[in-house]
Design a protein around this ligand. Structure first.
Ligand code: SF4
Ligand code: MG
Length: 321
């Protein structure tokens, strides 16, 4: 397989007041294949956005290694390094409005990266043509170029965010909950746009979401995260047909089912209690305080993410005990 991005035992810790440490990302290893999508799922606060931001090197990793096309990108970053990286990896966000400057026109927003990058030289005319091309790529058009972000709907703003990411012709886009804030009727449109762009351009994605139903449609493999660690990592088919980890099962039972008859007969594992704080995460399995199957060893030893079948890894003493 052709791996574009790889993280090995990646950690991102934040020091906070009183010498406490938040282990936002705590030993994550993932691989993204070229032209494929890795879905990253977990409740809010599980570290998935921090992982995304560390992979794109907005954050400096505390420990671990990130390689892009086989090249180590985990070291210290210079401005030049970040500019080069921006041409390989881009990120789109949950609330595109929050990261689109309200005083810039759509055209300025889309072309901003070209002016900031040492390696890009384009004439004004080339820029204008390319902006129109990008607008058309995301389902907008020339008439939108001179308008401001507030004049657009949420779905259109996300399209502008996507055009802005595409302006650097990246190989990989980290999509951080890009549809979570949109109306249900618009979500499918943005998903379909992302799928079409992937097909047309051979893009790779990391698609971050808080529930499993959102990533099913787009992901080739899925990693389920809890308190900074990966609990289960499997091909799409394996994860959805044969989930193993108690946390994954609990997440599944939280998905609303459209047919009430199915709903009735289905056994639901309720997620009890709050997610523990990543400052004082449990010593053994991070899920032990909420797991219905926890046994003594779970409170002492962290389970290792191990293969439990072809294309399927799980971190649980119950399964790999
Ligand atoms: Fe539950 Fe133990 Fe498995 Fe953790 S290791 S998920 S606490 S059974
Ligand atoms: Mg987030």
């Amino acid at each position: 397989s052709d791996v574009i991005l790889k993280a090995e035992d990646l950690k991102k810790y934040f020091k906070i007041k009183g010498r406490k440490v938040v282990k936002a990302v705590d030993g994550v290893s993932i691989e993204v294949e070229r032209g494929k999508t890795l879905g990253l799922v977990g409740e809010s606060g599980c570290g998935k956005s921090t992982l995304g931001r560390t992979l794109i090197r907005i954050y400096e990793p505390t420990e671990g290694k990130i390689t892009l096309n086989g090249k180590d990108i985990s070291g210290k970053s210079t401005k030049r390094f970040r500019q080069d990286l921006a041409r390989s990896i881009q990120m789109i966000f949950q609330d595109p409005y929050a990261c689109l400057s309200p005083r810039m026109t759509v055209s300025q927003l889309i072309s901003e990266g070209w002016g900031l990058n040492h390696a890009i030289h384009m004439s004004a005319e080339e820029k204008r043509d390319r902006v129109i091309e990008l607008l058309e790529t995301v389902g907008l058009n020339e008439e939108h170029a001179n308008r401001f972000p507030h004049e657009f709907s949420g779905g259109q703003r996300q399209r502008i965010g996507i055009a802005r990411a595409l302006s650097m012709s990246p190989e990989l886009i980290i999509c951080d909950e890009p549809i979570s804030a949109l109306d249900v009727s618009i979500q499918a449109q943005v998903m379909n746009l992302l799928l079409k762009l992937q097909q047309d351009k051979g893009l790779s994605y990391i698609f971050i979401a808080h529930d499993l139903s959102m990533v099913r449609y787009i992901s080739d493999t899925v990693a389920v995260m809890y308190l900074g660690s990966i609990m289960e990592y499997a091909t799409n088919k394996e994860l959805y047909e044969n989930p193993q980890h108690p946390y994954t099962k609990a997440l599944f039972s939280a998905i609303p089912v459209a047919n009430p008859k199915i709903e009735k007969g289905r056994s639901r594992i309720k997620l009890e209690g709050e997610i523990p704080s990543p400052i004082n995460s449990p010593k053994g399995c991070k899920f032990c305080t909420r797991c219905a199957y926890a046994k003594p060893v779970c409170f002492e030893q962290p389970p290792v993410l191990k293969e439990c079948g072809p294309g399927h890894k799980v971190a649980c003493h119950l399964i790999n005990g």
